[in-house]
Every structure is written in structure tokens, then in C-alpha cells.
Write a protein that binds this ligand. Structure first.
Ligand code: NAD
Ligand code: USQ
Length: 401
């Protein structure tokens, strides 16, 4: 393969990282996963498993080799806690690219208790800092591709389209002259988890300025769907499907709830507008980011990785109609604007060749079919979102409002 690269995927056992590892391996790259399997341990802590029966990482990798003839490497490393091991793996593997997914990614989990807040900050900020520090320490020219979030922007811009990372501003000098500048778009995170992604941005700015580390930061919207072209090839390659109140994301939750006969849990009025991307496009974006690295003299390259925006209650109505399911407007356990507009620029990925998958019934049905197939594995007591942003708030339980 022309342009074959050695790619380390940090967090490659997770919901986005596993299908991305398969996609990159299928495209001909040499892929090695680093993961401490903490997400699987959190399943045990929450007593809430993936709806789909995901296989142990060793079985996944063996199945991939049988199906594709391609090898994926694996190192069990806690990149936040074990800098020495992280550094020695980087020196051993000498990657061209690191794709960094390895963070605690659920906003409700990050808000559960002081312990969960502290874990999320320690894990995420150290994971990102250790990665940057090790890249510089290695002396290797490694392109870092990081998964950030749309949530760093906050979700309201008074009608303006959210730019890709940088905001044009005009300032007035002491002499009264007007000067144009670009600044990092001010962050406005809505949870401890989203706050760690805002912290990541500063770490990137610093290491890019000081050490010319080549960095692409992908501000991703909510990922929906479960299968990709590669995960469909064998049951042992199946991707995880989170549906519980902490890790389940909104559209997949609604589709799962409809499939198992649980009322669709809309938080508050459902007036929240969010950005979305299908898992197949998510993995394609990673490939495009890897194929289009910034030059060493470039600033941090920021892409908005989303394809469309939707209002939560519109999604609930769509799923309700499609599956003839009931909607429950529940108490919102989060502190967030009840209603917001959201307009987002995504020109960079479109210009690099992304052909967006939009919400269409066939794909929604595919998710519902998977949820129906594994409905017997669903624990209905784990569905309500019980993590509240403040002590005064109530969990999102149907029938409680
Ligand atoms: P996930 O929890 O399924 O996967 C994260 C993986 O990272 C897990 O396998 C976990 O074990 C690993 N990990 C966490 N901390 C680690 C550490 N210290 N050392 C080694 N491995 C560690 O999450 P996901 O949904 O795949 O999300 C991946 C990334 O994409 C996250 O950074 C998240 O913020 C971002 N993202 C996700 C979504 C989404 O909708 N899922 C949307 C936008 C952005
Ligand atoms: N919501 C409901 N009902 C539910 C679940 C959620 O109404 O049953 C609402 C929430 O209150 C919120 C919206 O749906 O207003 C989105 O919630 P979510 O859990 O789907 O998404 P979020 O917490 O923002 O986090 C997810 C991923 C995270 C990623 C982020 C991208 O877990 O890793 O960073 O999406 S973004 O939202 O664009 O910041």
C-alpha cells in the first residue's frame, strides 16, 4: 500500500476506537491498539453491560486475523498512570500516527460523585498530557489525531455557525486602529467530562507552539449506530452498544428503548439541539485526518466532526413513529439550556472528501434490529439516567415528573 503508516490507536477497544482500528487495518495500515480496558471495568462497576455481546480483546483481534488475514497488535497500558510503559511502547513501535480515544467519555458518569469527577479529570488530562510529553520525549515526528467534542463550544451561538476551532475577532489597539485576529473559540463546557476536553485544547496549543507537535483535534458530535463495514464481517467483531443511563447516548438509547418496549426518555422539553455523526462516517473521518496531516509549522488543526444537527424531541418523535413507541418527557437530570439552536461548520471534512451519511430510516432500522436481537440482554433498571448535575435535581425516570 502507498502511504502505509504505523498507527497506534489509544482506546482502541472502545465504541469508536474498535471500528476505527478495523477500518484502518483494512485500509492497509499497520495498527496497534493501546488500551487499559478501563471501560470494561466500568461496565462491572455500573453492573451495566454492552447490549451487544462484545468479545474479549484477544478474541476480537484473533477473529480479525482469521477474517482479514491482517494482524492488529495490542498492549495493555494505562496511558494516564504508567508513563514509563507508554514511553517504552512508543519507542518500540515507532508510530507515524497516534489516534487518541483513551479518555473517560460519559458526561453523566463524570458527574456521579466526587470520586467520578476526580477520576475523569485525572484520567483524561493525564492521558492527553502523557501522550504529548512522550511524543516530544521520543524525538519522533508523530502526528497526533485526538478525539475532542462539539461540547467544548457550548451549544448556543446566537445564530452564528460554530467555526472549526478558531474565531475571527476584531480588536482595537490603544491608537484606535482596528486589527483582525483569530483566537481559539472560547470554551463553555457543560459537564466535568466536557471540561476535560476543554483542558485538552490548551495542552495541544502549548505543545504545538513549544515543540511543533503536529496535532489534529477532531471536535466530534454524538456518535450513533453500532456496526461498520468491518464489524459486520463476523459476530466476534461486534461493536459495543451502550444503553444505560450513564454511557448510552441519546439516539442509540431512543432506538434501543423503542426496541425493548421502554418509553423513550426525553430530558425536559427535548428542545436541546445537538450535532450527530454515524459511526461509519466517524471511522472514515479518522482516515481522512490521517491522510491530511498538518505541517510541523502549522497551528493545531481543528475539524468539526459531525454531519447534521437535530433537536432531541424531533428524534424522539421520529423513532416513536417509526417503531410505534411511547415517549416519556422526564425530569432533566442535567444542567443545560432547555432549548437551543445549533449551527455548525463542517467544511473541512467535506473538502477532504467526506460524503456524509444522514439520518435515514434504513440505518435507524438497522440499529433497532440489533437492539431487538439482543433485547434479552437488556436490564431495564439500568435505563433511567440517574446521575444528576446538582444535588437538587431529580433523575430522569418515566412517570416521575
Ligand atoms: P469508550 O469509553 O467506548 O472508549 C474509550 C476507550 O479508552 C476504552 O476502551 C477505555 O478502556 C480506554 N481508556 C480510557 N482511559 C484509558 C487510559 N487511561 N489508558 C488506556 N486506555 C484508556 O468511548 P468512545 O465512545 O469510543 O469514545 C472515544 C473518544 O471519542 C473519547 O475521547 C470521546 O470523548 C470521544 N467522543 C465520543 C463520542 C461518542 O458519541 N461516543 C462523541 C464525541 C467524542
Ligand atoms: N438526552 C435525553 N434523553 C436521554 C439521553 C440524553 O433527552 O435518554 C439528552 C441530554 O440531556 C442531552 C442530549 O440528549 O441534552 C445529548 O446527550 P448524550 O448523552 O447523547 O450526549 P453527551 O452527554 O453530550 O455526550 C456524548 C458522548 C460524549 C461526546 C458528546 C458529543 O458521550 O463522549 O463528547 O456526545 S457532543 O454532545 O457533541 O458534545
Amino acid at each position: 500500500m502507498k502511504n502505509k503508516k504505523k498507527i497506534l490507536v489509544f482506546g482502541g477497544d472502545g465504541f469508536c476506537g474498535w471500528p476505527a482500528s478495523l477500518h484502518l487495518s483494512n485500509a492497509g495500515h499497520d495498527v496497534v491498539i493501546l488500551d487499559n480496558l478501563s471501560r470494561r471495568k466500568i461496565d462491572e462497576e455500573l453492573e451495566a453491560e454492552s447490549l451487544t455481546p462484545i468479545q474479549p480483546i484477544e478474541t476480537r483481534i484473533k477473529a480479525w486475523e482469521e477474517v482479514s488475514g491482517k494482524k492488529i497488535g495490542f498492549h495493555n497500558v494505562d496511558i494516564a498512570e504508567d508513563y514509563e510503559k507508554l514511553f517504552s511502547v512508543i519507542m518500540e513501535e515507532k508510530p507515524d500516527v497516534i489516534v487518541h480515544y483513551a479518555e473517560q467519555r460519559a458526561a453523566p458518569y463524570s458527574m456521579k460523585s466526587p470520586r467520578h469527577k476526580r477520576y475523569t479529570v485525572n484520567n483524561n488530562v493525564n492521558a492527553t498530557h502523557n501522550t504529548l510529553c512522550a511524543i516530544v520525549d521520543s524525538g519522533l515526528d508523530i502526528h497526533l489525531v485526538h478525539l475532542g467534542t462539539m461540547g467544548v463550544y457550548g451549544y448556543g451561538t446566537a445564530g452564528m455557525k460554530i467555526p472549526e476551532g478558531y474565531l475571527d475577532i476584531e480588536v482595537q489597539t490603544d491608537e484606535g486602529e482596528r486589527v483582525n485576529q483569530q483566537i481559539l473559540y472560547p470554551t463553555n463546557p457543560g459537564s466535568i467530562y466536557h471540561m476535560t476536553k476543554s483542558q485538552d485544547q490548551l495542552l495541544f496549543q502549548y505543545y504545538n507552539k513549544n515543540d511543533q507537535v503536529r496535532i489534529t483535534d477532531l471536535h466530534q458530535g454524538i456518535v450513533w449506530g453500532t456496526n461498520t463495514k468491518e464489524t459486520k464481517l463476523d459476530d466476534r467483531l461486534i461493536n459495543r452498544f451502550d444503553y444505560d443511563g450513564d454511557y448510552g447516548t441519546v439516539l442509540n438509547r431512543f432506538l434501543m428503548q423503542a426496541a425493548v418496549g421502554y418509553p423513550i426518555t426525553v430530558h425536559g422539553t427535548g428542545g436541546q439541539t445537538r450535532a450527530f455523526i454515524h459511526i461509519q462516517d466517524s471511522v472514515r473521518c479518522i482516515e481522512l485526518a490521517i491522510d491530511n496531516p498538518p505541517a510541523p509549522e502549522d497551528r493545531v488543526m481543528i475539524f468539526n466532526q459531525m454531519t447534521e444537527t437535530h433537536r432531541v424531541r424531533d428524534l424522539a418523535e421520529l423513532v416513536s413513529k417509526m417503531a410505534d413507541a411511547e415517549i416519556a418527557y422526564v425530569s432533566n437530570p442535567r444542567k443545560e439550556a432547555a432549548e437551543n439552536e445549533l449551527h455548525v461548520k463542517n467544511d473541512l471534512f467535506l473538502s477532504k472528501g467526506l460524503n456524509p451519511t444522514t439520518l435515514e430510516e434504513g440505518l435507524l432500522r438497522e440499529v433497532t434490529n440489533i437492539a431487538e436481537k439482543y433485547a434479552h440482554r437488556a436490564d431495564h433498571s439500568k435505563i433511567p439516567a440517574t446521575s444528576t448535575w446538582t444535588k437538587e435535581q431529580k433523575p430522569g425516570v418515566p412517570g416521575d415528573t
